[in-house]
Design a protein around this ligand. Structure first.
Ligand SMILES: Nc1ncnc2c1ncn2[C@@H]1O[C@H](COP(=O)(O)OP(=O)(O)O)[C@@H](O)[C@H]1O
Ligand SMILES: [Mg+2]
Length: 288
């Protein structure tokens, strides 16, 4: 029997809404399913045929340690998504690579440790967030009048040896929401709407991730076309799972984020989606 371990972390176990339906679907296709915390040093990862990254949602607190662990798993088992994908995708500098490949991407300015903290355009409203981050942690929205606070935010990030990312705030998200499109093995599966997460005059979330309003959504044709363009532009073969997060803008949808590491897959919103992922995993991992 092929064994598959779903990697999580203690603080995320109860919050991972995908887990029950994914575990059941994986059992149905014949996997021996396990679950373990990525930072649990007692786990023998070589005992599993494959390790699927799922709710490892504290990885950005110590990215080098997480990537070391990914490398260890990749060397002794099969890591999904693969190590090179995770290394590229855990730092939002990849947005620059995709913009260079012609993907309409939310305008992104990176400020590195050692750079001037005010070296970004005079936006009317904008967002400061860490280049390595998830769950909206350390992300905050600012108005032009709050630029001094925003520069102090950038300064805090870079003093901590983190790269900062500054983007214009795309206010169409306040009504249309964000659209996340899920692909399994490069094939579109389903999509959801996520309500806008950043409020004016509100500091970053203190929780593992900011509370989210999620509902199933039919993407509009421009959103589906852009997400497919992103998937086709990836410098890797077809990936077991990929999530493309888009924001609306006056000029059409733009790429906000590409989640290839530990995305929520919103399996509960769409009947059949957990089975589709389980089928993809069975085709990849089970020898006939
Ligand atoms: N440029 C932006 N315009 C509007 N909303 C944004 C922008 N950047 C981030 N947000 C809001 O903040 C949330 C978190 O930002 P995101 O880039 O997805 O980082 P992560 O999910 O990795 O923390 C988004 O889901 C969105 O609601
Ligand atoms: Mg996000």
């Amino acid at each position: 029997m092929t064994s598959l371990c779903l990697a999580t972390v203690a603080a995320a176990r109860a919050l991972d809404d995908d887990h029950p339906s994914l575990e059941a679907a994986l059992r149905d296709v014949g996997f021996d399913v396990h679950r373990a915390d990525w930072d649990d040093a007692t786990v023998d990862w070589s005992a599993f045929d494959a390790v699927l990254l799922r709710s490892t949602w504290n990885y950005f607190d110590d990215l080098p340690r997480f990537l070391d662990w990914c490398a260890h798993v990749a060397a002794t088992s099969t890591l999904l998504n693969p190590l090179e994908v995770v290394c590229w995708n855990t730092d939002k500098h990849y947005l620059g690579d995709l913009a260079a490949r012609g993907i309409p991407t939310v305008e992104s300015h990176f400020i590195e440790p050692g750079d001037a903290p005010d070296a970004f355009p005079d936006f009317g409203e904008f967002v400061v967030k860490p280049a390595v981050g998830a769950g909206s942690r350390d992300a905050q929205r600012y108005l032009r009048a709050q630029r001094a606070d925003a520069i102090a935010h950038v300064q805090r990030l870079i003093a901590d040896q983190r790269s900062a990312l500054i983007q214009p705030y795309l206010r169409e998200v306040d009504t249309h929401g964000e659209t996340a499109l899920l692909f399994f093995d490069g094939v579109y599966s389903h999509a959801i709407r996520k309500g806008a997460l950043l409020r004016r005059d509100e500091g970053p979330t203190q929780q593992l991730f900011a509370p989210e309003q999620i509902s199933a959504r039919e993407p509009d044709p421009a959103e589906l076309a852009l997400a497919q363009q992103v998937i086709a532009a990836l410098p890797f073969g077809p990936l077991t799972y990929a999530r493309v997060d888009l924001l609306p803008s006056r000029d059409g949808p733009q790429l906000l984020e590409l989640e290839l590491t530990e995305p929520s897959l919103f399996l509960d919103t769409t009947p059949g989606s957990a089975q589709r992922l389980a089928t993809v995993l069975a085709a990849r991992l089970m020898s006939d």
